[in-house]
Design a protein around this ligand. Structure first.
Ligand code: DP6
Length: 360
C-alpha cells in the first residue's frame, strides 16, 4: 500500500485474547463532504454535529489464530444474523487498515453489530458502523500501549475514515471538523477533530429525522462522490465549501442562529444541486421532501421559530432546532410534517458527545 502514514503504524506483535464493545453515533454534516481523492481524502473540508440516539453497537472478540491459511479469519453477524452481503465491504476495509492494525491477520475475530435505528429507516449507517468497528479494532493496540487519548481518538477516526469518509466524524462530538481548513488550526484530511469551542445553544441542539423514504437509494454516495470528478461546477463547489468553513466557525462559536439557518439550508440544497447537475444527473429528493421544506419555510414565516432543515444523500429531512423549541416543534411535526413521512416515521435525536466504550 502506497501512502503509509507512519504516525499510525503499529508493528508490535500481539498474542492476547480480547473482547471489546463500542457504541458509535451517526452524524449530520452542516458543511458537506461531496467529492474525494484516492485513499478517502476529501476534496473539501466538512463539519458535522454528532448525534446521540442513532447508534451502532459493535463487539469484537479477538482470539490468537492457530490456522493461518487465509488472510483474514472472522465471522460477522448483523443483528445476530450472518450477513454475507456485508463481507466484501468489511474485507475491503480490513485491506485498507491492516498496515495500521497488523493483528487483524494474527487473530480470529467474531464481530457482532447492531443499529439502534431500524434497518429500513433510510438512515445511512456507514458512519456509525465504520466508526464503531474501527474503535473495536483499535482496542488491542490500546490495551498494549499507552499513547494517550488524543492519539487513540485520532487513530480511530483515521481508521474509520478509511471505511467511510463521514465515519471519521463519528468518534467524537459534539461538532467535528474533517478535512484541512485554514480556519481550524489542527484540522487535517486524515482524521476528524473536535471543534474546540461550540456555543452552548448548539451543544444540545435537536435533530428530528423525518423519514420520507425508507427505500434503498438509487445512487450510492460512493457513485455520487465519483461524479464530482468530472463535474462542471466542481471547482466552484469545493472553493465554496472552503469559504463556508470560516462562516460556520463564526456562527457555531457565537451562536448566530439566523446565519446558521441560511448557511445550513443553502448547503443542503447545494449538495442536491450537485447531484442534479452531474453527468449522469440524478435526483434523490422526493416530492414529500419538497413539501416538507415548503412547510418549514411557512412555519418560520408565521412564528418566530428558528427551525431549519438539512439533507444528507437521500430524501429524508433533518430538522434542526434549539432545545427550547422542543415542544413546539414536536407539535409542528405531529400536526403537519409527519403526514409526509413513510408510516409517519420520525426519529427524535439530539447533538451528542461521540462514541462510548461499553463494558461487557
Ligand atoms: C452527503 O461518507 O457515505 O452524507 O466515504 O464513500 O463512504 P464514503 O461516503 P460517505 O459520504 C457522505 C456524504 C454526505 C455528506 C457528509 O456526510 O458530509
Amino acid at each position: 500500500m502506497s501512502n503509509i502514514h507512519k504516525e499510525f503504524v503499529f508493528s508490535e506483535e500481539i498474542k492476547t485474547s480480547l473482547n471489546t464493545c463500542w457504541q458509535s453515533p451517526s452524524n449530520i454534516a452542516l458543511i458537506k463532504y461531496w467529492g474525494k481523492e484516492k485513499n478517502q481524502i476529501p476534496k473539501n473540508p466538512s463539519i458535522s454535529f454528532t448525534l446521540s440516539k442513532c447508534l451502532t453497537t459493535t463487539s469484537v472478540q479477538f482470539e490468537p489464530r492457530v490456522d493461518k491459511s487465509s488472510t483474514y479469519s472472522y465471522a460477522f453477524y448483523f443483528e445476530n444474523k450472518e450477513t454475507p452481503s456485508f463481507l466484501p465491504k468489511i474485507e475491503a476495509f480490513f485491506e485498507r487498515i491492516v498496515p495500521y492494525v497488523p493483528y487483524l491477520k494474527t487473530h480470529h475475530m467474531v464481530i457482532h453489530s447492531e443499529n439502534s435505528f431500524p434497518h429500513s429507516s433510510g438512515i445511512a449507517s456507514s458512519a456509525s458502523a465504520m466508526s464503531a468497528l474501527a474503535l473495536c479494532l483499535l482496542e488491542p493496540e490500546k490495551e498494549n500501549s499507552d499513547k494517550g487519548e488524543d492519539y487513540f481518538n485520532q487513530k480511530a477516526s483515521f481508521l474509520a475514515r478509511l471505511g467511510s469518509g463521514s465515519a471519521s466524524r463519528s468518534v467524537q462530538g459534539p461538532a467535528v471538523v474533517w478535512g484541512k481548513s485554514d480556519f481550524f488550526r489542527e484540522s487535517t484530511d486524515l482524521y476528524g477533530i473536535k471543534m474546540p469551542s461550540l456555543h452552548p445553544i448548539f451543544q444540545n441542539y435537536c435533530d428530528s429525522i423525518l423519514i420520507v423514504d425508507v427505500g434503498e437509494k438509487k445512487v450510492s454516495s460512493t457513485t455520487g462522490h465519483e461524479l464530482m470528478n468530472n463535474h462542471p461546477y466542481a471547482n466552484e463547489r469545493f472553493a465554496q465549501a472552503v469559504e463556508r468553513m470560516e462562516k460556520i466557525k463564526c456562527i457555531l462559536e457565537k451562536g448566530e442562529i439566523a446565519d446558521f439557518i441560511s448557511l445550513v439550508e443553502s448547503e443542503a440544497l447545494t449538495l442536491h444541486a450537485m447531484m442534479m447537475t452531474a453527468n449522469p444527473y440524478f435526483i434523490l429528493l422526493k416530492p414529500n421532501t419538497l413539501k416538507i421544506i415548503e412547510k418549514i419555510w411557512e412555519y418560520r414565516k408565521e412564528t418566530d421559530s428558528k427551525v431549519c432543515f438539512t439533507l444528507d444523500a437521500g430524501a429524508n429531512i433533518h430538522l434542526l432546532y434549539p432545545e427550547k423549541e422542543k415542544n413546539s416543534v414536536k407539535e409542528f411535526i405531529n400536526t403537519t410534517l409527519s403526514s409526509y413521512c413513510q408510516e409517519k416515521k420520525v426519529i427524535f435525536d439530539t447533538v451528542g458527545n461521540g462514541a462510548k466504550k461499553i463494558s461487557l
